[in-house]
Design a protein around this ligand. Sequence first.
Ligand SMILES: [Mn+2]
Length: 315
Amino acid sequence: MPTTFIIGHTKPDTDAVVAPMALAYLYRELPGDQYPNPIAAISEELNPETTAIFAKFGVEAPRIISADDVNADDRVILVDHNEESQRLPGLNQENIYEILDHHKANLNLPSPIAMTFLPWGSSSTIVYHLMKLHGVNPEKTLAALMLAAILSDTVGYKSATTTEMDREAGSALAEIAEITDVEAYTLEIFKAKSDVSKLTDEQIVKNDYKVFDFAKKTMINQVETVEQDYFLSDTKKADLLKAMEAVKAELGVDLIFTAITDVLQVNTKLLILSDAEREVAEKAFGGTTANQVLDIGPLMSRKKEIAPPIEKALA
Ligand SMILES: [Mn+2]
């Protein structure tokens, strides 16, 4: 019998691991043989946040697969991603049977397939509403994982990507999971997300970065944390600025920014390496740099709130 592999994107975050598990659960419950032997899979190891959440509930990670595990007659369902650069490396696009995602579509597939794209805060939100449509309830632990995925993707419902559908799914899942203190649960997830105790300064400076082709080549790195003060203490700040200088040269960018985002206080502070960055950042966000730090207030989303003003300032 063929297998239906349900898989998230490479460098998986919690949503990319949990939404496929939830969809596999739903498809096992559905009558008929449209989805033979549905199993959730991942392409790489879990990140520290997902590892901590799975350990809390004693849940095993989905199986790590490679393109070699996918036979010609197997079906692959892409979840939480669609574009080729984020797929299982080497995956034959002939195997792609269905897609469920909440990102911008960037696709050119050879044949028509089923696609569920909704602009909600997480893929797990979409799977929850599909479950509801089919009258299927996740079991308790799966509900807790799905709630974690929603909270992680929407930064505790504070990100600009959050919708009413996310809150609705979250509150229903919290009830099933019997999680009464969602705030404490969110804090636990944030702490796991921002556990940088094992990272070097260079790894922190490259924690989650993108290089943008603005008028000047600009690298923007972001650290989401519940301990912003730690990164801004005199000694740690000096170490990080030193690492930024090295990374700036290594990547050959004109400008480098590290955004330290406090996900609880909803505040971002930019580390400012030199006058070149200072001029652009002050033009983009206003305010005055003090001791190589610029407070840009409640902005949290790099995609929607941090990168665009920098691009504009450079234009
Ligand atoms: Mn997602």
